[in-house]
Design a protein around this ligand. Structure first.
Ligand code: DQA
Length: 148
């Protein structure tokens, strides 16, 4: 896997100041910098994006599927609501790892269900910004291996 898209959904542009007791103090730019370093060391290119708009995320997932890029996706609140994102993952064949900073299962009930988990290659959550690093490792390790 030579190209990985890291896609971030609504409100993740606010990381650093958004509910720091839940999401920590690191900004999205901090996470991007760290992932770029780790990916570079593994010889992989990263495209790092954020949008507050569901349709834009759909377009980006389709694009990743078309070009065969792996995807690390934090869909934010759309995780819990978006059939469109689920269909984009299933329909494009994109190889997606779902990530969350927080342990959504230890939070409000409406965060306990995910529309996208069943069509993702794996799910990593609850490790703060480290969830992204772990997803990168998982995506690289799982590249080319069948789902189990
Ligand atoms: C989140 C969890 C979601 O429930 C929430 O809506 C977010 C962030 C996380 O990374 O923990 O925006 O995806």
């Amino acid at each position: 896997m030579k190209l990985i898209h890291v896609l971030n959904g609504p409100n993740l542009n606010l990381l650093g100041t958004r509910e720091p007791s839940v999401y920590g103090r690191e900004t999205l730019a901090d996470i991007e910098g760290r992932l770029r370093q780790a990916a570079g060391a593994a010889g992989v290119e990263i495209i790092f994006r954020q949008s507050n708009h569901e349709g834009v995320l759909v377009d980006w997932i389709q694009e990743a599927g078309r070009i065969g890029a792996g995807v690390i996706l934090n869909a934010g609140a759309y995780t819990h609501t978006s059939i469109a994102l689920r269909d984009a993952i299933a329909g494009s064949g994109a190889h997606v790892i779902e990530v969350h900073l927080s342990n959504v299962h230890a939070r409000e009930h409406f965060r306990h269900s995910s529309m996208i988990s069943a069509v993702c290659r794996g799910v990593i959550l609850g490790f703060g910004s480290l969830s992204y690093d772990l997803a990168l490792q998982g995506l690289l390790a799982a590249a080319g291996k069948p789902k189990s």
